[in-house]
Design a protein around this ligand. Structure first.
Ligand code: 13P
Ligand code: SF4
Length: 404
């Protein structure tokens, strides 16, 4: 295999050893030159690896034209520009799940996003539809912080402590494996996204006394705060603590808890800080700050607004001409919002250019490969949730979709 050349220096990040895998900028370069390509899906045929973005763009257009209505391309807001331009529908994870549940015409759904999103689409799509994830290595580091074995083990411990689990409602963030959505479906629980977590938690409290929320502690805590639940009634469960130790929590604290929060986080959103907000307010008097609820509670509290990626896009679009808006979310979305709203000043609160490194793995070379394979009659990179998880995961997802 060809090795990737050395990382190009990033003017915003002079200490090369500390750069993350995508710190070198967000413009598309040939796959083989991407610093992190060696850890991405290597089975892509060699001839795609050195293609320039212009060639890939031409090939993607041609393949789409040939496939016509047999394929629909979905794009999450964090996808790079050279991908999102091909999306038939773009959105936050809720909107894309809704799309998959309600558009069952195209036999192929190419999901430009990350693994858990493609799984949700497969669960909600019709049995005649196949979901394709262009790069199988496009996962989510937060979703990986909760695995089925650890969650089931925590559930058993909670059951022993409380004398049963009837009063605990498991709520999983969309950013989780299908097995965990199935666990929730089978145990009276539900899925939530950043756009409906408040509504979902309210529903959960009509079903039981406590909520077991995973994997994102920050979304869980921020949603709890918005519902008026104090920190003292939200207890962290540290999944790194060996089983049998109540996730490092005190039994009395758990007894008094209304929300038990899995200690997961998003490394992109944990980068946003109070200092950045203070600097933005000092440099731009009157600046409006909008952040994603995966940010820490102190950041969300200091912002003017918070919400899902779709909420953030709408917030910027609805701001008055001349507004200055500091955004706390992934850089591909922020830079797109800046371009789409030339009458406003839109900037990322984090000065370091670092996209979500897993979303970024959907390089146009992979999109060209999966589409051209479809043209040739082959389905590559299909995401198929096993039947044993599909039924219960669908129950949990449909409970969420039914909440008005
Ligand atoms: P949204 O549902 O707001 O699009 O968020 C998904 C995500 O992964 C944010 O990091
Ligand atoms: Fe996962 Fe964070 Fe990337 Fe969203 S931004 S997909 S939570 S790693």
């Amino acid at each position: 295999m060809t090795t990737a050349p050395a990382l190009k220096p990033n003017p915003y990040f002079p200490i090369a050893q500390l750069q993350c895998e995508t710190d070198a900028g967000i413009e598309t370069i040939p796959l083989v030159e991407e610093r992190a390509f060696s850890s991405w899906q290597p089975t892509i045929p060699a001839h795609y690896q050195a293609m320039a973005v212009e060639e890939l763009t031409r090939r993607i257009h041609a393949a789409r034209a040939t496939l016509g209505e047999r394929v629909v391309i979905l794009g999450h807001h964090y996808q790079r520009e050279d991908i999102i331009r091909f999306a038939d529908d773009r959105g936050d994870s809720f909107a894309l799940a809704q799309y998959a549940a309600s558009h069952q015409d195209a036999p192929y759904i190419v999901f430009c996003g990350v693994h858990f999103m493609a799984e949700a689409a497969d669960i909600l799509a019709g049995p005649h539809q196949q979901v394709i994830l262009p790069n199988l290595e496009a996962g989510c580091s937060m979703a990986d912080m909760a695995n089925e074995r650890d969650v089931r083990s925590a559930w058993r411990e909670l059951g022993e402590l409380f004398g049963g689990t009837n009063d605990i409602i498991p709520v999983t963030y969309m950013n989780s494996a299908a097995a965990l959505k199935a666990f929730c479906g089978a145990n009276g629980g539900v899925v939530c996204t950043s756009s409906n977590a408040g509504k979902v938690l309210e529903w959960a409290f009509t079903q039981g006394k406590r909520v077991f929320f995973f994997p994102d502690q920050h979304l869980g805590r921020n949603t709890g705060h918005a519902l008026g639940i104090p920190d003292a009634e939200m207890v962290l469960w540290n999944w790194r603590v060996p089983a049998g130790n109540l996730g490092g929590a005190q039994p009395a604290a758990l007894e008094g808890a209304r929300v038990i929060l899995w200690q997961g986080h998003c490394s992109v959103h944990q980068r946003f800080s109070l200092t950045q907000i203070a600097e933005a307010r000092a440099q731009h008097p009157g600046v409006q700050i909008v952040v994603h609820p995966e940010c820490r509670a102190e950041v969300v509290d200091a912002a003017d607004a918070n919400g899902s990626t779709a909420f953030i896009a709408k917030y910027v679009a609805n701001a008055s001409a001349g507004a200055v808006i500091g955004v706390g979310t992934e850089i591909n979305l922020v830079s797109r919002l800046a371009k789409e709203n030339p009458d406003k000043t839109v900037f990322c609160l984090d000065p370091v250019v670092c996209p979500c490194s897993t979303m970024y793995r959907v390089h146009p070379a992979y999109l060209a490969w999966v589409l051209e394979s479809l043209v040739e009659g082959h389905v590559v990179n299909r995401i198929e949730v096993p039947a044993e998880h599909k039924r219960d995961a669908k129950i949990a997802l449909e409970r969420m979709l039914a909440l008005k």
